[in-house]
Write a protein that binds this ligand. Structure first.
Ligand code: ADP
Length: 497
C-alpha cells in the first residue's frame, strides 16, 4: 500500500526532500545546498539545472535513507522559494538564462518605469501587490531583454515562463506539464487575484506573451506523474504551494482570522482572510493562500526585515553571545530591560512605518544597562515588531487575531514566545514539528491522494502543540508597547534625505 508522502522543499539556499508517514510524522530528510551567483552588487541568480539536480538528488536520497521504495509514496507535494523566475525553451527544456531570484534587485529600473507610467494603482488593485523587483513579472522582462532574440522566440510561442514549482514540475514530468497553482501565480505581479486570470493589461505593460505562461490550477490535485526514470516508479505530483502559503497550511491556519509567524532571519506573518481579499491600507500585500476544490482563499502578508538577524548581530557584530540559543538564559537573568529598547532598523523599517531612512537605535540606556539588558531588548524587539504587523493585519482585514501559530529557528526560544504572547495578549501556539512548510506541501498532496482524510481532519489536529498563554497585566503590556513606539520614533528619518 502506498502510504508515504514526499515534500520537495525547494528553498533559496538548498533543496530538501522530507518523507512523511500517513500520520504526518517525519520519516527522513535529505538536503543539498547549491551555488548562488552574484553577477553584480544586489543581483542574485541560480542555475536552473543546479536547482533541479539538487532537488532530484534529495528526493532520491530521502527514499534511500528511509529505505522506502518509490512505489510506496502516494504523492509528492512541492513547496518553493517564491517569485524566482525562469524561462526555458519548450522544445528542448533548456533554460535560456539563469533563474532570477526573488531577492535580486536587478529589475529595479523596470519597476521605476512601471511606476512612472502610473501603474501602481492597477498593480495593487489587480494583483494585491506593490510594484517591486521582488515579484516575478519584471524578472521575465529582464530575461527577454537580456537574451538575444528571446522576445521574438517568446512571441512565436517557443519559450515558457515559470516559477520554481513549474520548473520542477516540467522536469519531473519530462516536459509533459506546464502548470502552476494559485499561490505561486499570485506572486508574479501578472495575475489578477480577484478575477483569477493572467492580467492582459499587465502582460502588455511588460510585453510578456500570453503563450509563455503556465496554466493555473488548484493547489491540491494531481498536476502530473513523475517520470519513472527519476525515482524508480511513477508518483503523482499532487500538491503545490509557495513556501509561506505552504507554511500557513502546514500550521493549519485554514480558517479566517488564523495567522502564523515564521521567525527566521526576518519574519513572515500571514493571516488567513478566507474568501475575502482585503486591500491593505498599511502597505501589506494581499495574496492567494491556496486554491482548493475550485475555490480560492486569501491571506494578508507582512514581513519584517530584521529579527533573527539582530540576534546574529549580537553574536557576530557585538560578540555579546557565542550562539543564538544563549539569548534565552541571558534574557531571563534580568527582570526587564531596565527601560532600554533596541530598534533594529538596520535597513530601514517596513509596515507600518515604511521608512527607508530609519536606522537602528538603542535608547533608554543608563549607567545600569548591562549585556543582559541589551540581549533582552533585542529579543523583545522581535516581539514588538511582530505586534506592529499584527496590528496592521487586523486593521486591514477587519478581523482580530485569536492566537498566533509560530515556527522558524527563533520560535525555539521559550522566553521570546512567552514575551510574544504577553505583548500581543493572545496565546502563541508552537507545533512540535517545526517543518511546517514541508508539512503543508505534503498535506496538500495527501488530501489529493486520499492519504489524509477531508480538510477538517488535518486542520483540526492539535497534537504536540505547546501553548504560551498571555500572563502580563494589560496596563504593563500597553505601557511597554507605548515605550516601543517612542523608541521607533527616535530611529525614523535618521539617514539624511
Ligand atoms: P532562515 O530560514 O531565515 O535562515 P531559520 O528559521 O533557520 O532562518 O532561523 C535562524 C534565525 O533564527 C537566525 O537569524 C538566528 O539568529 C535565529 N535564532 C535561532 N535560534 C534562536 C534562538 N534560540 N533564540 C533566538 N534566535 C534564534
Amino acid at each position: 500500500m502506498s502510504r508515504f508522502l514526499m515534500a520537495l522543499d525547494q528553498g533559496t539556499t538548498s533543496s530538501r526532500a522530507i518523507l512523511f508517514d500517513e500520520g504526518c510524522s517525519i520519516v527522513a530528510v535529505d538536503q543539498y545546498e547549491f551555488p548562488q551567483y552574484f553577477p553584480k552588487p544586489g543581483w542574485v541568480e541560480h542555475d536552473p539545472d543546479e536547482i533541479w539536480e539538487s532537488q532530484l538528488r534529495a528526493a532520491r536520497g530521502v527514499l534511500e535513507k528511509a529505505r522506502v521504495p518509490a512505489s510506496d509514496v502516494a504523492g509528492i507535494g512541492i513547496t518553493n522559494q517564491r517569485e524566482t523566475a525562469l524561462v526555458w525553451d519548450r522544445a528542448t527544456g533548456r533554460p535560456i538564462h539563469r533563474a532570477i531570484v526573488w531577492q535580486s534587485r536587478q529589475t529595479a529600473p523596470i519597476c521605476d518605469e512601471l511606476r512612472a507610467r502610473g501603474l501602481e494603482e492597477d498593480v495593487r488593485a489587480r494583483t494585491g501587490l506593490v510594484i517591486d523587483a521582488y515579484f516575478s513579472g519584471t524578472k521575465v522582462r529582464f530575461i527577454l531583454d537580456a537574451v538575444d532574440g528571446a522576445q521574438d522566440r517568446a512571441e512565436r510561442g517557443e519559450l515558457a515562463f515559470g516559477t520554481v514549482d513549474s520548473w520542477l514540475l516540467h522536469r519531473l514530468t519530462k516536459g509533459r506539464v506546464h502548470a502552476t497553482e494559485y499561490s505561486n501565480a499570485s506572486r508574479t505581479m501578472l495575475y489578477d487575484i480577484h478575477e483569477r486570470r493572467w492580467d492582459e493589461g499587465l502582460l502588455e505593460a511588460l510585453r510578456v506573451p500570453r503563450s509563455m505562461l503556465p496554466e493555473v490550477r488548484d493547489s491540491s490535485g494531481v498536476f502530473g506523474m513523475v517520470d519513472a526514470e527519476w525515482l524508480g516508479a511513477e508518483i503523482p505530483v499532487a500538491g503545490i504551494a509557495g513556501d509561506q502559503q505552504a507554511a500557513l497550511f502546514g500550521q493549519r491556519c485554514t480558517s479566517p482570522g488564523q495567522a502564523k509567524n515564521t521567525y527566521g532571519t526576518g519574519c513572515f506573518l500571514l493571516m488567513n482572510t478566507g474568501r475575502t481579499a482585503p486591500v491593505s491600507q498599511t502597505g501589506l500585500v494581499t495574496t492567494i493562500a491556496w486554491g482548493l476544490e475550485g475555490e480560492v482563499e486569501y491571506a494578508l502578508e507582512g514581513s519584517i526585515f530584521v529579527t533573527g538577524s539582530a540576534v546574529q548581530w549580537l553574536r557576530d557584530g557585538l560578540g555579546l553571545i557565542a550562539d543564538a540559543a544563549e539569548t534565552e538564559s541571558a534574557a531571563r537573568s534580568v527582570e526587564d530591560t531596565g527601560g532600554a529598547y533596541l530598534v533594529p532598523a538596520f535597513t530601514g523599517l517596513g509596515a507600518p512605518y515604511w521608512d527607508e531612512r530609519a536606522r537602528g537605535a538603542l535608547v533608554g540606556i543608563t549607567r545600569g544597562t548591562t549585556r543582559e539588558h541589551v540581549i533582552r531588548a533585542t529579543l523583545e524587539s522581535i516581539a514588538y515588531q511582530t505586534r506592529d504587523v499584527v496590528e496592521c493585519v487586523q486593521r486591514d482585514a477587519g478581523m482580530s487575531l485569536s492566537a498566533l501559530r509560530v515556527d522558524g529557528g527563533a520560535a525555539a526560544n521559550d522566553f521570546l514566545m512567552q514575551f510574544q504572547s504577553d505583548v500581543l495578549g493572545v496565546p502563541v501556539e508552537r507545533p512540535a514539528v517545526l517543518e511546517v512548510t514541508a508539512l503543508g506541501a505534503a498535506a496538500l498532496a495527501g488530501l489529493a491522494t486520499g492519504v489524509l482524510g477531508g480538510g477538517d481532519d488535518f486542520a483540526s489536529s492539535s497534537a504536540g502543540i505547546t501553548t504560551f498563554e498571555p500572563a502580563m497585566e494589560e496596563g504593563r503590556r500597553e505601557a511597554l508597547y507605548a515605550g516601543w513606539k517612542r523608541a521607533v520614533e527616535r530611529s525614523l528619518a535618521w539617514e539624511p534625505a
